[in-house]
Ligand binder design. Structure first.
Ligand code: NAP
Length: 280
């Protein structure tokens, strides 16, 4: 079983070259449900973030992709443009205040406002015991995974509230509900995001800004290579009912929906996309 899973999760992982996800019924649609909206997606040059950027753009939005590395940003923008989609890109390390400030400035100058903020960037520098985690590891995980969405949103707020129907989507993980062994600080950061979603939803409702959270299960990306650890595979094995791992595109449609007018009365929800429903 281990070999089967290692094969499924390891050798078949989509390399960067396979990233242009399969075309669907929502292919390029300049007048789609998100037409003329501006979406900023943090951590979006590959994997789940790229699939979300691609889907929002296919649904008509102008998308701003970002990540830590210029070459990845350039590649993602080129892939979107090849498809005729409207996109800009900028380096933004989610954990760096100066990068967040530059991004806000660029978006304000280029578009004048922002309709959607999708915070996908997440890190996990540790596979090991929670109490063995150094202060540096805790700081990195909490800075990028938990603090950065709140700090960026604070800066973008003036550009979002004037749009009238803005939407924020955070990205947690099922490990926020069901802790996976050896990923302690990461699990905890993802639980914190479930709470951040609810708190921000309450605070921002009077401003007409909805805040929801995508909660993925195991999705085939470079990041999910961590599941080659046998303990983690065993823990995940007990959870999966649909007998397949997810694809980044499995996470994209729900984010488009959460941004769309169809979700105009939905806020504070943590929505699991995992092929199973985690028990608390
Ligand atoms: P991925 O394929 O490794 O992609 C991560 C993306 O984020 C890349 O574009 C990367 O580009 C960028 N990035 C990484 N660190 C960043 C930072 N500090 N600031 C800005 N951008 C950063 O990962 P993924 O699987 O799509 O994961 C995305 C999110 O989903 C994470 O929050 C993760 O916790 C969550 N998630 C994933 C799974 C899964 O099974 N894959 C399950 C549950 C939750 P650069 O390298 O250029 O920065």
């Amino acid at each position: 079983m281990f070999r089967k899973l290692a094969f499924a999760y390891g050798t078949l992982f989509s390399p960067r070259s396979l990233l242009p996800v399969r075309m669907s019924s929502t292919d390029v649609n300049k007048k789609g449900i998100l037409a003329d909206k501006v979406a900023v997606i943090i951590g979006s040059t590959q994997g789940i973030g790229f699939a979300i950027a691609q889907r929002l753009a296919r649904d008509g939005a102008y998308v701003v992709v970002s990540s830590r590395k210029q070459e990845n940003v350039d590649q993602a923008v080129a892939l979107l443009k090849e498809e005729g989609l409207s996109s800009k890109g900028m380096v933004c390390h989610a954990g760096k205040a100066e990068d967040r400030d530059k991004l806000v400035k660029m978006v304000a100058n280029q578009y004048g406002g922002v309709d959607f903020l999708i915070c996908v960037a997440g890190v996990n520098p540790l596979v090991g015991s929670t109490l063995g985690a150094s202060e540096q590891v805790w700081d990195k995980i909490l800075d990028v995974n938990v603090k950065s969405p709140a700090l960026l949103l604070a800066k973008l707020l003036p550009y979002m509230e004037k749009r009238g129907s803005s939407s924020v989507v955070l990205v947690s993980s099922v490990t926020g509900y069901v802790p996976v062994p050896k990923l302690g600080p990461y699990n905890i950061s993802k639980t914190a995001l479930l709470g951040l979603t609810k708190t921000l939803a309450v605070e921002l409702a009077p401003k007409g800004i909805r805040v929801n959270c995508l909660v993925p299960g195991l999705i085939k990306t470079d990041f999910s290579h961590i599941v080659q650890d046998e303990d983690i595979i065993n823990a995940l094995e007990t959870l999966y009912a649909m007998q397949r791992t997810g694809q980044p595109e499995d996470c994209a449609g729900i984010v488009s929906f959460l941004c769309s007018p169809d979700a105009s009365y939905i806020t504070g929800e943590n929505i699991v996309v995992a092929g199973f429903s985690p028990k608390m």
